[in-house]
Design a protein around this ligand. Structure first.
Ligand SMILES: C[S@@+](CC[C@H](N)C(=O)[O-])C[C@H]1O[C@@H](n2cnc3c(N)ncnc32)[C@H](O)[C@@H]1O
Length: 363
């Protein structure tokens, strides 16, 4: 079945709701290897995921890992939270004084997520749940009744591709973030602007293949709404396991990639020297900002103005020492690398990921 045109938002939204609310019952029903793509969770994240109720995990439809560093006490919003796997993992990691809100448009998904609020509060040793699940549309985040500048972090896992108005999603996220906050999200990207014949196919849209952005368009939209240039954290191939779908998208390549988009002060920073103090949970010896920039504990690194702006004006600032650039080293500042996830995959030896597919035994 085809949509009459790829911008027919109502038909697409209804189709996506039906797909996630009624057609899919478990991760394995997807015709792509979505849940097996993305980064391998580090131990502390996997430990949190392992505590999540098996029904929640069985309906995980994400395509990457959306667990950034430094989460204690953070206020987080998850766009398209589904059955709540990422919300609950983050709920554990922000601690009892943090809070995580999930927004989703599909009642069946929200019902599963809400069913286990007390279960997880008990499991994590909290007096009351530190999560909320709200019904709403990610294109209309400012209609949720949440004040602008509320969140430290916004995450999203394999959802933005399903939206017919990606700019509205990013614009809303930008408004709801505090200054210094970040949108850290995983999604499916195409290697070109997908033709209308692909974007019209209902079967492709629900699976994340019809609405996937050309990665270059993400960069443009992000900068257009005010974010700093996106940082590519990781990318892996997006496996299409079904032959019918493979045929429909023949000639097009897809990846699953995690980008982080920071909302930074307009006032530019200057290039400087930074020293990571060490000690962030899961990043005790090395702090990874993106795929190119890793900061080893106690090792001075010269950074350009954008990286300085990120490290000085976000929750990461307390973990770094900032010094002026040494006089004789002004030319050695590390410059931005490619943001192309396809190039990244082509030049990197990608290890087989497990991406956090259902495995939890909790009941
Ligand atoms: C691929 S699933 C991912 C769910 C969850 N993030 C996970 O990793 O399991 C997509 C989810 O996004 C929701 N969704 C899709 N488009 C949406 C929109 N425009 N507004 C709100 N939710 C949306 C769907 O209802 C579904 O629960």
């Amino acid at each position: 079945m085809s949509f009459s045109k790829p911008t027919d938002s109502k038909a697409i939204i209804d189709g996506v709701k039906e797909f996630y609310g009624k057609q899919l019952t478990k991760s394995e029903d997807l015709k792509t290897g979505a849940c097996s793509s993305g980064s391998r969770p580090p131990k502390y994240a996997q430990d949190a995921i392992d505590l999540i109720h098996k029904e929640v995990v069985s309906k995980y439809y994400g395509c990457g890992l959306v667990i950034p560093q430094c989460l204690t006490d953070m206020k987080i919003l998850d766009l398209g939270s589904g059955s709540g796997r990422d919300v609950y993992a983050l709920s554990k990691l922000v601690g009892k004084n943090g809070h995580v809100t999930g927004v989703d448009m599909t009642d069946e998904q929200l019902d599963v997520a809400r069913k286990y609020m007390n279960y997880h509060a008990d499991k994590f040793g909290y007096e009351k749940p530190n999560v909320a699940f709200v019904q709403g549309y990610i294109e209309k985040l400012l209609e949720l009744g949440i004040p602008e500048g509320t969140f430290d972090i916004i995450v999203s896992n394999c959802v933005v591709n399903l939206s017919t108005d990606k700019k509205a999603v990013l614009q809303g996220a930008y408004s709801l973030l505090k200054e210094g906050g970040e949108l850290y999200f995983s999604d499916v990207y195409a290697d070109s602007d997908l033709p209308e014949k692909i974007r019209r196919l209902k079967v492709l849209w629900g699976e994340g293949l019809g609405g996937a952005l050309w990665w270059q368009d993400l960069i443009k939209i992000a900068e257009n709404v005010g974010f700093a240039t996106p940082r590519l954290v990781n990318a892996t191939q997006f496996p299409i396991t079904n032959n019918e779908l493979k045929k429909l998208v023949e000639g097009h390549q897809y990846v699953s990639a995690e980008y982080r988009l920071f909302k930074l002060p307009a006032k530019p920073s200057s290039p400087c020297q930074v020293i990571y103090k060490g000690g962030v949970l899961g990043s005790e010896e090395t702090f990874q900002l993106d795929y190119r920039r890793q900061f080893k504990k106690n090792e001075p690194v010269n950074v350009d103005e954008q990286t300085a702006n990120i490290l000085q004006n976000t929750r990461f600032a307390d973990w770094f020492i900032f010094n002026p650039l040494p006089d004789n080293q002004t030319q050695e500042v590390d410059k931005d690398g490619s943001l192309d996830p396809f190039l990244y995959i082509a030049t990197k030896d990608i290890k087989a990921p497990n991406g956090g597919c259902p495995s939890a035994e909790a009941d």
